[in-house]
Design a binder for this molecule. Structure first.
Ligand SMILES: [Zn+2]
Length: 428
């Protein structure tokens, strides 16, 4: 299997040809020839390493009406991803070697991205006792990221034990930072707007208090902590402080928290209900600045498909969560590249290199250089189009970007040298 990509701008640089052979980049240079190879014209397209998502909900097993490993993998490939971490809040919960191996095998069968299962921290996500972390780490799925996402590991003693346990195999605990006693019944960001709309508020302090606690625990234990979906300016400040003290903490921000604010709730359209909630303009500005200066390491989608009956209902009844895989790169172009906060190398770093490093994935987030894995995407940066939910590959339709014109179009994605997307369409 040999592919010759002609005239791609690697990380936005001058045009070069890339020869992909046996799953690897065989050569990069001018005027390469390869008789019999599949040729791909990349004139004007930017080549980036395949994106890596640290935070995807694929819903299988349990809610295959909302998404499956296959449909979510297809959405990911169309978004330029070559690896996604599948969150553990499935039914059954991914809290045993058996379930993480099942998800891993389904990902291999779909063959559209490398599906990397996340293991639950606690049995059933109940926050009572640790799950079989070691067995999941030793399984065929080789789990390194553990999270009760959807729930916070609220008990500090349990969080400490989880950090101590994963340290033994270089794992990381990815915390959904939400002090539950401060967010009971919460519907949106707490502030003047929640008071005016009559919706119960989710205060910034509920996120910041847990992050502050956890960076101190991570420092005390000497273990790796990852903070999911950072949403407030105060959280960015705490993480910046912790990094300056040498704490092994990393953090992610979602596309929706980079683009949208709590003002979306004024429509009472439940497509904008999400956890943590959309925040203020000042928070959005701090998140963009934190991603630009590297305080926030990665963009992670928190892609959360929901069936129509769970989402198209009253705000208070609707499930929190939004689609993200197919638009993440476009949102980052809109919010960071076009305003000049990040360049192409910065995009590669925050959406591929660093998330791969956090997940300890050796085959992703690598330079596009001879001998490296052929995991990459080709992007048309000049394209602009409105987002059409009906055209999405996800099985669900809850995109908060519907109707919004966004820049950039993924033209092709290659997974270990094999095209998963060509001409902007999934190959299968
Ligand atoms: Zn979460």
């Amino acid at each position: 299997m040999t592919t010759l990509i002609k005239g791609a701008r690697v990380l936005g640089g001058g045009p070069a040809d890339l020869l992909l052979e046996d799953g690897r980049v065989a050569a990069v240079g001018q005027g390469l020839g390869a008789p019999g190879a599949d040729a791909v014209d990349a004139d004007g397209l930017v080549a980036l390493p395949g994106l890596v998502d640290l935070h995807t909900h694929l819903r299988e097993p349990g809610r295959e009406d909302a998404e499956t490993v296959e449909t979510g993998s297809r959405a990911a490939a169309l978004g330029g991803y070559t690896a996604v971490h599948a969150m553990a809040n499935t039914d059954p919960v991914a809290d045993t070697a058996g379930v993480v191996e099942q998800v891993w095998r389904l990902g291999q069968q779909a063959g559209l991205v490398d599906v990397v299962p996340v293991g639950a921290v606690t049995v059933g996500l109940r926050g009572e006792r640790l799950a079989e972390l070691g067995a999941m780490a030793d399984s065929a799925a080789r789990v390194r990221v553990f999270s009760d996402d959807g729930h916070c590991v609220a008990d500090p003693a349990l969080m400490r034990r989880a950090l101590e346990y994963v340290k033994a195999f270089d794992g990381v605990v990815a915390q959904h930072a939400e002090e539950p006693r401060l967010t009971a019944g919460a519907q949106m960001n707490e502030g003047d707007l929640s008071a005016r709309l009559g919706l119960a508020g989710w205060p910034a302090a509920a996120e910041e208090a847990v992050i502050a606690r956890d960076v101190l625990l991570a420092q005390h234990v000497g273990a790796r902590l990852h903070v999911c979906h950072v949403s407030t300016a105060g959280s960015v400040e705490i993480i910046r402080w912790a990094k300056s003290r040498g704490v092994q903490v990393t953090a992610e921000v979602t596309p929706h928290h980079l683009l949208l604010t709590e003002a979306c709730a004024e429509s009472y359209d439940p497509v904008f209900k999400v956890n943590p909630p959309l925040r203020t303009d000042a928070d959005v500005e701090a998140l963009r600045a934190g991603l630009a200066d590297g305080t926030i390491d990665a963009v992670a989608t928190d892609h959360a498909p929901h069936a129509v009956e769970d989402k198209e209902t009253e705000w208070a009844q609707a499930r929190p969560g939004m689609l993200g895989l197919e638009q993440a790169l476009s949102v980052v172009l809109e919010t960071l590249v076009e305003p000049g906060l990040l360049d192409w190398a910065g995009i590669a770093d925050r959406m591929s290199v660093r998330p791969a490093a956090i997940g300890r994935l050796t085959g992703h987030g690598r330079p596009l250089a001879p001998g490296e894995p052929a995991n990459l995407l080709l992007l048309d940066p000049a394209a602009r189009a409105p987002v059409e939910p009906a055209a999405l590959a996800s099985r669900s339709r809850n995109s908060p970007f519907a109707g919004r014109e966004l820049p950039g179009r993924v033209v092709a994605t290659f997974l270990w040298g094999t095209a998963t997307v060509l001409d902007g369409k999934a190959v299968r």
